[in-house]
Structure formats: C-alpha cells, structure tokens
Write a protein that binds this ligand. Structure first.
Ligand SMILES: [Cu+2]
Length: 468
C-alpha cells in the first residue's frame, strides 16, 4: 500500500506522545521506532524503500519541549543499521552509532535509547547509502513557546529506482556525465587563496539524475494535501534529499522564516528560501480568511523539476501543479543566510582555536577534506569546553552542505565580515566560498564533520573532531 495522505497536522492530542513514556525495559514502550521496508508507488510504479515508523504509526517522532526519547529502535529492515539523530544536541556521542567505530545495529535487534530531545525541527536518518532509499524520518520537538499554532511537517527526498550502490558506482567510475570534460588538473585543492579562481563558469549541481522528487513520499502528480484552516500554520520543512538542494516557495502566502535547522532566528519575510541537504526551515504562513489551496513548493536548484505539498482549506479547489517550473531555479547561495540573525547566539567569549577545512575534489569522484579522504588522516582535535572557529574553504565547483554532529554551531562570517548569523548544524559552502562557524565543544567524544551530499560523504568528504 502506498503511504496514505498522512497528515502531521496536529491536533494538540497528536503531539502529546511522550510525557507518559514507560521506562526502558517495559514491553513495547511508547517511543518505539520501527525501521522496516515498505512499498511506495512512484510514477505509477512500485518501489521498495525504507521507513521509520513511530509510536503513533506515523513517520518518525513528534514531541514537546522537555520530553525525552526513551524507547527502542527496532531494526526490522533486513540490513545493518547506522542511525543518526540529526540535530539532537542533548544526545551524547555514545547515544549515536554514527561515530568512529560506532558499529552497526544488526537487523532483527532492538536497541534502547534514553536522551533528552532537542527542541526544534530535527530528523533522523541512516548514515549509509540506504539514506537514498528514504531511511529517514522527522524528529520534531515542538518548542515550549511555539503556541498552539497548527504544525505541518514536510519531508523532501530525491528518488531513484536505481539502487544507491549503482548510483555511487556510476559517479565514481564515470565521474557522472555532468563531470565529463571538466579539467580538474589545474586546481590547487589544498590552497587557501581562492581570490584568483574564476569559479562561476564551472559551478554545477545535481550530479545524480533522479527519477522523481518527493514531498511526504509523493510527487506533485498526486501530492500530499494537508487540511488547514484560515490563520497561521507552522511549516517544518526538512531536506532529506541526499544530493539535491531546493528553493522553497510558499505559493504566494505571506511567509515568515522563524527558525533554521531547529534554531530560532529573528523572523524575516522571504519569498524563496534555499534549503541544502540536511537543512531545515520553519516557516510561519498565514492562510487568508477566504481560504483556498496553496502549493508549498520545493524546486531543484539550477533545474526546473519541483515537488511539494498542497495546503487546502475545506472544499477548496485543488488544481494541478506541474512537476516542472517554467524557468530553472538559480543555484542556491548564501544571500538568505546573510540576512538571518540568530535569536540564540553563542555567548561572547574569546576563540580558543581555529580549524581550517579545505574542501577538495580529485580525479575519480574523490572528495576530500584537507587533501585526505575519510580514514586517511587523523581526526581533528578540540579541547573539551573550548570555543573553536571552523573556517571552510571551497575551491571545488560544487556546493558542499557541511554538517557537524552533535552541535549547533553559529555562522559568524560568510566572507562579508562578522555578523550574528544563524545557529545551524548544516551550512552550505558554495563554490569559491569561505564560511566560518563558531562552535562550543562542550561534549566529549568523536564527532563526525562531513558533507551532507551522500555521495560526497561516501567517497571521502568526511572527518571527525575528537573532543577531549
Ligand atoms: Cu559535498
């Protein structure tokens, strides 16, 4: 059966999932998460994908600020599982198998968890190629001050009928057709001076040809229609795509950005919002008194393809929205981030250390950090309790959405001078770009730092920071 028109639209009752959780060890705890295969219909064809089903039978977990995730992950997927709690700052390093030598959760086993949930729009996903097969789900903890505004979660995916290992092999052997003819030989990947590089003409995106783009598991041919009433609705949009960045538009509705990556920003009106792999945005939209149907669209950067959901008041005429836009969207960039102002900035204090991260690409679809693919270099080091600034430099021709596990850094410089930038856990570093983030390393352990383009990560663009 295909996914039903599952609506995360919340009655308050739907959110009250976790307060009465039994302790671990009790059979079938309320926060049981089941990872399993499921059938989805895409473009009229059956597809076998994965899913993570929560205690209410819906994807993932919805909770309230103050709740803990106390429960089991039941791996019935038929495959080894490495699950990442993306954005969960209150989880310890050992609460996550996505760490060096973290091992796998074998199929047929249950694993117990117990950690406080981090407020905001976060998610969970596989840290292996199965992320491409939709092994991902929302993990949303509604903020105490969010009020009783109705909520709607929108999870975006890029979808292929091809197995991800085949996609990866194609990229690594042929470098993908988009790469053909590009001469990388003259690039100094380790250099930090990008001033002489003219990157604009070479910039590219979308190195995987997908069959479809999904919003809540559906294409625009048969979209998820979310019932709304006139008044405010809070959209929590998660880019769960593995290799695709989108532009989000709210169909002419008045829309205010109120949070990114689960962290509050000073509310700002915005007509279109770039969303890189792994990033989230919370939009407060206003459904007008006369009601109607309002597409919330995600258009692939540098392309015409789009996906989305429809917000509709009762009885509204839901027209068809084409799966291709009239004109190609631009490349995503940092203009949006440069206009954001954090409402929870890191406290002022001196920086203890700098980490320089030069992103690189070498022949054969080999993506690197400081010239090394994952596993070739020792982890980076940071002192427990220190304030560290990480400067990312990107002399390659693709954008890299850089993700740090277990922390929300603050974007402090996009190359235009210091500013009170957003708290995030994924920051896009565009071609030719230089981005600096500040992070307080307040939890011991080894934390992955990697590109959230799945195939870049899988072919080397990952390291870790040892905090001790
Ligand atoms: Cu990348």
């Amino acid at each position: 059966m295909t996914q039903t028109r599952r609506q995360f639209l919340t009655a308050t009752a739907g959110l009250a999932l976790l307060p009465a959780l039994p302790r671990m060890g009790v059979a079938a705890p309320a926060a049981h998460l089941t990872v399993a295969s499921r059938q989805l219909e895409v473009l009229g064809k059956a597809a076998t994908v994965y899913g993570i089903t929560g205690p209410d039978g819906k994807p993932g977990l919805m909770a309230r600020e103050g709740d803990k995730f106390t429960g089991l992950v039941d791996n019935q997927s038929g495959e080894d599982l490495i699950l990442h709690w993306h954005g969960q700052d209150l989880a310890r390093n050992t609460d996550d198998r996505t760490r060096p030598n973290g091992g796998v959760q074998p199929t047929g086993t249950q694993e117990a968890y117990n950690f406080p949930l981090t407020p905001g729009t976060h998610w969970m996903h596989s840290h292996t190629l199965s992320e491409q097969q939709l092994l991902a789900a929302p993990m949303v903890t509604v903020e105490a001050d969010a009020g009783d505004v109705p909520q709607a979660v929108i999870m975006l995916h890029d979808f292929s009928f091809r197995p991800p290992a085949e996609i990866a092999a194609g990229l690594m052997t042929a470098q993908g057709h988009h790469m053909a003819g590009m001469d990388m030989g003259g690039m100094d990947m380790g250099g930090t001076d990008m001033s002489g590089m003219a990157m604009g003409g070479m910039t590219h995106a979308n190195d995987v040809d997908y069959d479809a783009y999904l919003a809540n598991d559906r294409t625009l041919a048969d979209p998820d229609v979310i019932a709304v009433q006139p008044g405010p609705v809070r959209l929590r949009i998660i880019n769960g795509a593995t290799a695709t960045a989108f532009w989000i538009t709210a169909g002419g509705l008045a829309a205010q950005v109120v949070a990114v990556d689960g962290n509050k920003v000073s509310p700002i009106a915005r007509a279109s919002i770039p969303l890189a792999q792994g990033q989230r945005v919370d939009l407060l939209v206003q459904i007008p008194p006369e009601g109607g149907a309002f597409p919330i669209l995600a258009q692939v950067e540098n392309a015409v393809m789009q996906t989305g959901v429809i917000l509709a008041t009762p009885g509204a005429d839901i027209g068809k929205v084409p799966e291709s836009a009239a004109i190609a969207a631009p490349f995503v960039d940092l203009t949006f981030d440069s206009s954001l102002s954090s409402e929870s900035p890191l406290p002022a204090r001196p920086t203890d250390a700098m980490l320089h991260i030069a992103l690189g690409m070498e022949q054969g679809y080999r993506w690197t950090i400081n010239g090394a693919a994952h596993g070739e270099a020792a982890p980076l080091q940071a002192a427990l309790g220190s304030r560290v600034e990480i400067m990312f430099m990107n002399p390659t021709m693709m954008m890299h959405p850089m993700h740090l596990h277990g922390h929300h850094f603050q974007v402090v410089d996009l190359g235009l001078g210091r500013f009170n930038g957003p708290r995030r856990d994924v920051v896009m570093v565009p071609p030719g770009g230089m981005v600096t983030v500040a992070v307080d390393f307040d939890k011991a352990g080894e934390w992955y730092l990697h590109c959230h383009h799945l195939y870049h990560m899988a072919s080397g663009m990952m390291t870790s920071v040892t905090v001790a």
